[in-house]
Design a protein around this ligand. Structure first.
Ligand code: MRU
Length: 360
C-alpha cells in the first residue's frame, strides 16, 4: 500500500470534480478513502484532521481552492481562501499554499482558465513536495550513514509525532532519511513516540514504518529521556509545522522536552523540514508562533478499535478540567541542525540564509 508511488491526496480518476484523500483518523485499523466534492469538504478534512501534517495540510488547501474555482470561479475561490486560512493556525504551509495559489491567479488575464490554473498549481505543489521530501531524505541519509560507519552497528533514531509519508505527499520529512537508509542497507531502527493526545506516533508513524518494513519500537512519550541516558538513541529527528528564520522550531507538543533530554545527553537533535515550512517573517518562535489549542475530547478520550471497529472511550472523569496545547516551540539553541531539501544547516538565520540566499 505505502510504496514509492504512494500519494496522500489525488484527483479522482475519471472524475475531475472530486479530490480523494485517506481518512487518517481511522488508521491503522481501517484504510478508507474519502471523497472531497467541495471546498467545504476540504476545509472539514483539514479542521477535523482527516488529513494532518503541515505539507499535506497545505496541499489539501490548494486542492480545496481548485474545487472552489470549479464551483464558483474567483468569488468562491476567495471565500474559500478566507475560510481555509484559519483552519489550522500553527502549520504555516497552509498560508504558504493559499498565498501561492492566490498569487498565481492574480496574474491570469481576463477569460483565462482559472480552474485549470489552480489545478496545475495544486498538482505542482504535490509533485514538488515529493521531490522536496526526497531531497531531505538524501541529505539526512548522509547523517545516518556517518553514524552507521562510526558505530558499526544499528542506528537508533527517535522521532516524535508523524512526520512521515502521511504528513506529506510521500516519503515524509523526518522519515525520508530513514526510508532511504533502510533501502540502502543501513541497519536502522526507530523509537516511535506514542504522541498523546492524538497518538500520531502509534497510529500513523508505527503503521507506515511497518508498511515499509523498517524496524521500529513504539514507546510512551516519556521514555525518550531514559533511553538517551542509556545510550539507546543515536539521533533524534522530528518534523516541524513552522520554523522561524532564526531556527526556532514549532512541532507537536512534547518535542521541546525531547530536545532538552537530547541536549542533556549529548544526543544530536535534528529537525527535517521542507522550505515551505519556514516562516521567513518570524524570528522568535516562542513569541510569534500561534499555538493551536484543540478540543479537550482529544485528551479525555482515546480512539482505538474493538473487533476491528473504531471506537472512542473516555479515560477521565467527565468533570476533569483539560487544556490541550497541540504544539510547542524548541528554541534554535537546542537544535543541532536543520535538514532541508537543499542541505543540512545550523538552526540559525545565517544557516538558513546560506541555503536559501533569496530570503537573506
Ligand atoms: O497536528 P498534526 O498531526 O497536524 O501535527 C503534525 C506534527 O506535528 C508533525 O510532528 C510533523 O512534524 C509536522 S508535518 C511534517
Amino acid at each position: 500500500m505505502l510504496d514509492d508511488d504512494f500519494r496522500t491526496i489525488w484527483l479522482k480518476p475519471d472524475d475531475e470534480s472530486v479530490v480523494q484523500i485517506i481518512d487518517q483518523r481511522l488508521l491503522p485499523h481501517e484504510y478508507k478513502i474519502e471523497d472531497l466534492s467541495s471546498w467545504r469538504d476540504g476545509l472539514a478534512a483539514i479542521a477535523d484532521m482527516y488529513v494532518r501534517g503541515a505539507p499535506l495540510i497545505g496541499a489539501t488547501a490548494a486542492w480545496s481552492l481548485y474545487l472552489a474555482a470549479r464551483q464558483g470561479g474567483m468569488t468562491e475561490l476567495k471565500t474559500a481562501a478566507d475560510a481555509l486560512i484559519s483552519s489550522r493556525p500553527t502549520a504555516v504551509n497552509l498560508r504558504w499554499a493559499i498565498d501561492r495559489v492566490l498569487d498565481r491567479v492574480k496574474s491570469l488575464s481576463d477569460g483565462a482558465d482559472l480552474t485549470g490554473a489552480v489545478r496545475a498549481d495544486a498538482e505542482a505543489i504535490c509533485d514538488e513536495d515529493v521531490e522536496i521530501s526526497l531531497g531531505i531524505g538524501r541529505h539526512g541519509l548522509k547523517l545516518l550513514k556517518e553514524i552507521s560507519d562510526r558505530k558499526q552497528g544499528v542506528v537508533n533514531v527517535l522521532t516524535h509525532c508523524n512526520a512521515g509519508a502521511l504528513a506529506t505527499i510521500n516519503w515524509g520529512t523526518a522519515t525520508a532519511p530513514v526510508y532511504l537508509a533502510h533501502a540502502n542497507g543501513i541497519d536502522v531502527h526507530v523509537w516511535v513516540d506514542e504522541t498523546r493526545p492524538r497518538n500520531q506516533g502509534s497510529q500513523l508513524t508505527a503503521w507506515e514504518l511497518g508498511q515499509r518494513g523498517v524496524p521500529h519500537t513504539l514507546i510512551v512519550d516519556n521514555a525518550g529521556g531514559h533511553l538517551m541516558q542509556h545510550g539507546q538513541v543515536d539521533i533524534v529527528i522530528t518534523g516541524t509545522d513552522r520554523t522561524t528564520r532564526c531556527g526556532d522550531v514549532a512541532n507537536k507538543i512534547g518535542t521541546y522536552l525531547k530536545a532538552l533530554a537530547a541536549d542533556d545527553n549529548d544526543v544530536p537533535f535534528y529537525v527535517a523540514l521542507p522550505s515551505t515550512t519556514i516562516d521567513w517573517s518570524a524570528r522568535d518562535g516562542v513569541a510569534e508562533i500561534p499555538i493551536e489549542q484543540r478540543d479537550s475530547r482529544e485528551v479525555s478520550h482515546v480512539r482505538g478499535a474493538i473487533d476491528g471497529n473504531v471506537v472512542e472511550v473516555a479515560t477521565t472523569a467527565a468533570s476533569t478540567p483539560i487544556s490541550n496545547y497541540a504544539f510547542d516551540v524548541t528554541p534554535a539553541r537546542l537544535v543541532t541542525g536543520l535538514i532541508t531539501e537543499r542541505g543540512v544547516c545550523d538552526a540559525s538565520e545565517a544557516g538558513l540564509t546560506s541555503l536559501f540566499p533569496e530570503f537573506a
